[in-house]
Design a binder for this molecule. Structure first.
Ligand code: FAD
Length: 284
């Protein structure tokens, strides 16, 4: 591994200053479960690493019905699993945490790191897309809010500007009466990335699809909301034939690749079937 400067700032402002000083050649360090693998493997070469570990207050989770859930940048997957507000109000986020790597990875890896790393196969994006979360970002030019849908720029590319830090993830309270599920289809039960990720959050009223959200991962350069599938269902009478059509629509929005885990054709079939199952399960 090539030598680099390690900074341990005490504030976000200070962190941004170090990032700006090494513009484009410095990165934030949270749990390090993605970054250190890249550094050790030589895939990433940096002049500086800016650790967030000494900045107070970034490891907090708060919840109120009005404000929703606020997840600090250093909140780990284990903290999410231990959180009562998450267990009560955000079952899909909890499911993503349960299916995350191993105990060791969950103990240090963060949700903010997972989102910033922007892997199309990651666990975190699916529930955050379904709950319509927002990323609070701070940089040398001030603070801004990025809807989670817009934070993914491509394979392992986020849309944060140089010297910006993701400080908090805000997750609104889910619509009352909505139910959902998250399927991470992987070749192994643990320590594996998704071949395909499919999530749904559905609210039905009087036999009609009222609010339908479908999110997909590992079937394109970034995780995304399957808007065509949602449109097929919204405002229509619930029925298996219609849900199958939504699965077909979801598949039409995907652009998967063939890699060591699966072929693109297999991924497309998985999307059709898992979208159908996710919506059915959400309705039950
Ligand atoms: C053995 C193993 C198993 C894994 N299993 C899974 C799995 O099942 N599912 C899954 O989704 N992932 C998995 N991962 C990937 C990884 O653990 C997660 O993505 C984790 O959540 C990353 O968080 P971190 O805090 O370790 O990020 P880091 O490695 O610290 O950072 C990741 C990237 O995001 C940037 N970054 C981090 N925090 C911020 C911030 N606040 N602002 C701006 N940029 C930031 C860093 O600069 C870096 O580029 C696995 C990794 C390993 C090594």
């Amino acid at each position: 591994m090539k030598d680099f400067e390690l900074y341990e700032p005490k504030s976000i402002e200070e962190a941004c200053r170090y990032l700006a000083r090494h513009r484009g050649r410095a990165r934030v360090l949270a749990g390090g479960t993605d970054l250190l693998v890249e550094l050790k493997g030589g895939r990433v070469k940096l002049a500086a690493v800016v650790s967030l570990k000494s900045i107070k207050g970034l490891n907090k989770i708060t919840y109120t019905r009005k404000e929703g859930l606020r997840i600090g940048a250093m909140v780990t997957w284990t903290q999410l699993l231990d959180s009562k507000p998450v267990a009560r109000n955000y079952p899909l986020l909890r499911k993503a945490a349960e299916k995350m790597g191993s105990i060791q990875i969950r103990n240090v890896g963060t949700l903010a790191g997972n989102i910033s790393h922007a892997s199309p196969a990651a666990n975190g994006p699916i529930p955050l897309l379904l709950y319509e979360a927002e990323c609070m970002v701070e940089g040398p030019k001030g603070k801004r809010v990025i809807p989670v849908e817009k934070v993914f720029g491509g394979v392992q590319k986020n849309t944060l500007r140089s010297a910006e830090v993701l400080t908090e993830i805000r997750v609104p309270t889910p619509p009352p009466g909505a139910n959902g599920t998250y399927y991470k289809f992987a070749l192994r039960r643990a320590m594996d990335l998704a071949v395909v990720g499919v999530g749904a959050l559905v609210r039905a009223k009087n036999g009609v699809f009222d609010d339908v959200r479908v999110a997909l991962g590992s079937v394109g350069p970034k995780p995304f909301r399957a808007k065509r599938a949602e449109k097929v269902l919204s405002g229509k009478m619930i029925g298996d034939q219609l849900i199958r059509e939504a699965g077909e629509a979801a598949a039409s929005e995907c652009a998967p690749i063939t890699d060591v885990r699966a072929s693109k054709e297999y991924r497309i079939e998985l999307v059709k079937e898992l979208t159908f199952r996710a919506i059915k399960e959400s309705l039950s």
